[in-house]
Write a protein that binds this ligand. Sequence first.
Ligand code: 4AD
Ligand code: MG
Length: 467
Amino acid sequence: MKEALRIADLFREEQRLVGQTIRVQGWVRTRRDSKAGISFIEVNDGSCLKNLQVIVELARPELVETLRSVTTGAGIQVEGVLQASPGKGQSVEMHAASIRLFGGADPATYPLQKKRHSFEFLRQIGHLRPRTNTLGAVARVRSRLSFAVHQFFQERGFFYLHTPIITSSDCEGAGEVFRVTTPPSRDDVAAPEAGDANVPDFFGKPAYLTVSGQLQAEIYALALGRVYTFGPTFRAENSNTSRHLAEFWMVEPEMAFCDLQEDLEVAQALIKNLLQVVLTDCNEDLEFFSRFIEPGLRENLERTLQTPFETVTYTEAVEQLKKAGETFAFPVKWGMDLQAEHERFLTEKIFEKPVALVHFPRHLKPFYMRVNDDEKTVAAMDILVPGIGEIIGGSQREERLDMLLQQMELKGISTEDYRWYVELREFGSVPHAGFGLGLERLIQFATGLPNIREVIPFPRTPGHAYF
Ligand code: 4AD
Ligand code: MG
């Protein structure tokens, strides 16, 4: 098949291409037949938001025959001359010399007709929704951001580490793990006793889908200095909210010879770098989100880039929330786990910018966080952003053997199971720190999309694992 021009490239070079015969391949967004004997086809190939307008003269019988099946959703190829467009809304258009139909789409049954569909409806047609403006734009931004994550770390001397997906440790200790069950053979799956406790575990002990690559990243940070993992993570938390998924992607740097302060600086630099990439490289899609999803989005992102994040201790934040005179569903008091309503109030109402909350009560956080001198708090950080709440969670890690053992004892973590983790404190232990950035929450922030289900191609939530 002769190579077609991507529509994004066509628009980029439209000045040079005017007058030339070109070929494009894509899907029909709409077709409109004018009384003047002309048909207008809007073709989109997913390479960019904009459609290419194709003009077909109905006086040509060989085209008219094909045109009958060129309806919304059809996959086609068109060849013709690119010309300056006299019409509104586009600077160039193609005058079709030939059209090839690959596959039609019956207008009576094709679900994506030219009207606004609700996001709920689009989720039910996950196989077709990337052909909409919004989901197409999200997919492009997500791809660019993922690449930018690698660029950011690679340019700063971090090594990309593949941490395991199947693991026997529960990093966050919250018990929100998906158990990996593996009967020894296929036959056993069908057998009534498949769930039998006597069937030996494939791994010889219970194994889970990872909730975080952090503990394994620590191993490599304590050998290679600076590493990052970037992969899928899984949580069986039964929360049906607009910012939780059962399967999501996390970016987790881990740095040796690093304290909480530097950890914070890297986190802030990463967020700003990623937003900058969206502003410079995803212009057209960002414009779309600013117009149709969140008015003022571009300005918000630009402002975020220019503002230093606020750093506040948990204790100060609790004081501020108490003083705010706001009635929360969960009244605020020191020692409580801050809820989404509190996080949002801090970042949206009190500080009106991203906030790094630091030094949380020790009992609220996992065993690996470094205990502060007050012995009541740990060197933790959560970064909150307006509209979303928590986007990053991280900490300095406990590098002192005696303190780590004390923490494990307190939290009921078996030193037997985590022997290797303890040994990292026995052999060449050094201060180190890291954090986890939820990719989907970052994309929500960058696109203004209110529901996390729209920023991942195939969302997994309680009751939903379709596709
Ligand atoms: O705060 P969390 O639980 O931190 C950790 O897992 C650490 N071990 C990370 C580290 O220090 N290396 O999760 C980190 C981030 C959250 O701030 C949030 O952005 C995202 O991961 N996240 C989720 N995103 C979508 N759905 C969920 N269920 C999420 N749970 C956490
Ligand atoms: Mg967290």
